[in-house]
Design a protein around this ligand. Sequence first.
Ligand code: SF4
Ligand code: SF4
Length: 394
Amino acid sequence: MKPFELLSDDDLATCVHCGLCLDACPTFRVTGLETESPRGRIYLMTQWKRGTMALEEEQVRHIDLCLGCRTCEAVCPSGVPYGRIIEAGRAEVERLRRPAAKRTLSRVALRQLLAHPARLRAAGAVTRAAQALKLTSVVRSGRQLPPLRPQFRRPAGNVATAIGPRKYRVAFLVGCVMPILYPESHQAAVKLLQLAGCEVWFPPGERCCGALFAHNGDLESAERLRDANTSTYLAGTFDALVVDSAGCGAHLKDFYPELKGRVRDITEWLAEIGLPGPKNDVQLRVTYQDACHLAHAQRIKKQPRDLIRSLPGVEFVEMRHPDICCGAAGLYSTLEPTMSNRILQEKLTDLAATRADVVVTANPGCQMQLSAGLRASKSKMRVEHITELLASAY
Ligand code: SF4
Ligand code: SF4
């Protein structure tokens, strides 16, 4: 394969350099630098592709510092497919760069852990035990991690029956880290689906969807996982494949052509099929953080807000810039902690101004980042996955 063949000339040429995306870009907002903007990064990748600029470490840093949040894509009037461009750019950097580079290490770590559900479950169990025993070195190294609870378990026979008459049969993506980090979000999601008349099927043998691999430039592993998962899903029958992690949902919609049109974010699906009337009053002031991969990659902003507003007793308050990234972005907060933290600080200021009791989001990475930030700033505000807030009304 020729250098930079993965980057498409047509994709790069859609950028007309208007700069309308600049103010929406979190890294440009905190640095004010063209090189940390979507336009600057597209220019850089175009020069690489043309062979007029060398692939130097200094330039690669601008690609590393992109969150992949795709806010630029959502606001671009020219329809630049930025998500596709940055994934291809990162894959090229990964392919052509020194083997000892930092991202190569994270790639090996990802391959050895995320792609193996049993190893991941074991790592989760060890971390949980360390948290329970307050083993400080382990707890400190995973400072961002929430207190781990017993992991999410699939029901016997891999099926949860509908509550009341069955109207739909849905497949549910259990995924890799969510059953370990946020089992309560999954439990709430399944309960909501059952209440809405869905029989929920948990495809046996399903593995990580591959989103974190693709975002990290490891398209080869992402393709392998996609092929294995596609066969698993297509072995069953379902009306929709429901996902409660925005990053995974966006990846499935973009990267799994054989599932085209059948993947739904949980908020999208519940808004489509309807929930029964809520039973409990939820006396809370609530704000909502748009997960980038829900708002920008999947263009879903209205449904989660409508669902939250439908709960009796909820006082909904919008924060300033709810659709600007919180700095989590998959592995970004670990790989680029300085920039991630600068972006998080802006978010914490906006959150504090809402005086909300709870900030709700729809992605585990955002949950973890916001919780860590709120904890560090000694805020009393809680973070909940949207499924938990909705389920608390039943
Ligand atoms: S990415 Fe879109 S909005 Fe940004 S400079 Fe290019 S054409 Fe303009
Ligand atoms: S994906 Fe996000 S961080 Fe990267 S250039 Fe676009 S707006 Fe900026």
